[in-house]
Design a protein around this ligand. Structure first.
Ligand code: NDP
Length: 502
């Protein structure tokens, strides 16, 4: 049996502590990176403060032009980036390409729309203050710290970084210890496009480096990872009243109504559950199917799942588990499901190997078992039969998580989608919301809060600045000690006329 190792620490000749990034398929060392200390992080944030002033001074157009340059470099050297992603995560290059392509779309959208969303807008001052001109604009926060995960090491951090940059902030990025090479590649590509100032910097290391970034005095932390770490980050950030965006995990459900296209639903379930070894925060983890189509749907899922293969190279649909510790979680969830009366129609107890997990389809799993309640983050899925779609909605919503969800239905798709307590829902296609740059993305409950992507994602990294400019002296002078009785009587009359009739 091969033992899968966690990233290893070492000390370079210079005395700087380092760690190795490993290929999860082979344990081959693919890169060595410094473990940045709290002092290193503080120095990076200090440099970022300078850079932020310069970046802000470029204005929307100056930044957009440079972001377009960056996206051009990423697009032209896509295959190089995909190789790095594939080496560090073990995912097939086709999957690496998918996440990179979507990330490029997000850079483009953020660059193009920042002025419209964040630029100065006029607001109505209202009748009482009609002598004022009211405007609001969204100014950059300053320096944003981004703490990224390993499962989508391009798409996920760039969902924060692109929007934070387009909003005029400098960014200090701490990638996961499993994917520092991807982080470095992205930051180096940005430095090629923007050589003048360190607007986007990289710090590498373990959780302690991320913790140092949280406490470094940045103006916001954007975190993607587990709920448990999200809570720690929020607690640490509370000490300095640093705002946070938390994109934590999910337990995403799929609802299949009686009139659904079952082939499409089965295809989406299989891909959503198993692609990227199930290590997708908005991946499919549970399915609730109308009893009228349950048997047919399950048969279609089983047939398709039987053709999906874990491995490397030609013909493999997904790779090894990126984080070795996750193997135990998946093993535990499958064992618990089987011990409590669940049945594995594909895969099962033996599906979890030393590095790879074979596709596993579980049915008859009690709703209070680990495989239904906790984030598995592996290539497994539970399928349950429901009497009707009200039961499906109730069961789907009975979760501490609320990230993504999918509905397959012809007649009631929109209605069911609106009733699901998740940040985003796809109807009749898997995960579509994540690729639509104009749509916000984020969680409910233990899945976190705050929004990346879309206009909401731009505003997440900006502060609203309200300005009221007096255009002429008010006929009714209210904010002065010289206010007269007559003025007060006139205001009383006016307000009764305006609001007292309803
Ligand atoms: P973590 O939440 O521990 O790590 C995510 C990021 O946070 C990494 O960059 C990590 O650094 C960093 N980090 C860890 N501890 C701290 C801290 N105290 N302060 C600041 N930053 C910190 O997730 P894991 O990678 O350990 O994965 C565990 C589980 O999280 C998975 O099994 C999965 O369920 C869930 N997960 C969810 C993701 C999502 O997309 N929502 C993504 C990844 C994981 P480092 O890697 O160097 O420790």
């Amino acid at each position: 049996m091969t033992t899968v190792q966690a990233p290893r620490s070492g000390a370079a000749k210079s005395g700087v502590e380092t760690f190795d990034s490993l290929d999860p398929a082979t344990d081959e060392v693919v890169g060595t990176y410094p473990v940045h200390t709290a002092e290193d992080v503080e120095a990076a944030v200090a440099r970022a403060r300078e850079a932020a002033r310069w970046w802000d001074s470029l204005g929307f157009e100056g930044r957009a032009e440079r972001l377009r340059r960056w996206k051009g470099i990423v697009a032209r050297r896509l295959s190089e980036l995909c190789d790095v992603v594939s080496k560090e995560t073990g995912k097939p290059t086709g999957d690496a390409q998918l996440e990179a392509v979507l990330a490029i779309e997000h850079i483009a959208w953020a660059a193009k729309h920042a002025r419209k969303v964040l630029g100065r807008q006029r607001r109505s001052p209202g009748l009482l203050l009609s002598n004022q001109a009211a405007t609001v604009e969204y100014q950059p926060l300053g320096v944003v710290g981004v703490i990224g995960p390993w499962n989508y090491p391009v798409f996920t951090p760039l969902g924060s970084i692109s929007y934070a940059l387009a909003a005029g902030n400098a960014v200090v990025f701490k990638p996961s210890e499993y994917t520092p090479g991807v982080g470095k590649w992205l930051v180096d590509a940005f430095a090629e496009a923007v050589p003048e100032q360190p607007v986007l910097q990289l710090v590498t290391g373990y959780g302690a480096t991320g913790a140092a970034l949280t406490k470094s005095g940045v103006d916001k932390i954007a975190f993607t990872g587990s709920t448990a770490t999200g809570k720690k980050i929020m607690a640490a950030a509370a000490e300095t009243l640093t705002p946070v965006v938390i994109e934590a995990g999910g337990k995403d459900p799929v609802l299949v109504d009686a009139d659904a296209d079952l082939d499409a639903a089965a295809e989406a379930t299989v891909w959503g559950a198993f692609s990227n070894s199930g290590q997708t925060c908005v991946g499919v983890e549970r399915v609730y199917v109308h009893e009228r189509v349950y048997d047919e749907f399950v048969a279609k899922v089983v047939e398709r799942a039987g053709t999906v293969r874990a491995g490397t190279g030609e013909g493999a649909h997904y790779g090894p588990m990126t984080m070795p510790a996750q193997l135990d979680v998946v093993r535990r969830h499958i064992a618990d499901a089987l011990a409590r009366g669940g049945r594995a129609l594909v895969g099962g107890a033996d599906a979890v190997g030393d590095r790879y997990v074979e596709p596993t389809v579980l049915v008859d799993v009690p709703e209070d078992s680990l495989a239904v309640r906790e984030e598995t983050f592996g290539p497994t899925v539970t399928i349950a039969k429901v009497r009707d779609m009200d039961e499906a909605v109730a069961k789907a919503n009975d979760s501490c998580y609320g990230l993504g969800s999918t509905v397959f239905a012809k007649r009631r798709g929109m209605e069911l989608a609106r009733r699901l307590r998740t940040g985003q829902t796809a109807i009749n296609a898997p995960l579509s919301f994540a690729g639509i740059a104009s749509l916000p993305f984020g969680g409910v409950g233990d899945s976190g809060f705050g929004r990346i992507h879309g206009p909401e994602g731009l505003r997440e990294f900006a502060r609203a600045k309200a300005i009221a400019r007096q255009r002429f002296t008010a006929p009714l002078a209210l904010t002065t000690f010289a206010r007269t009785k007559k003025t007060e009587e006139m205001v009383t009359k006016l307000i009764r006329r305006l609001h007292g009739r309803s």
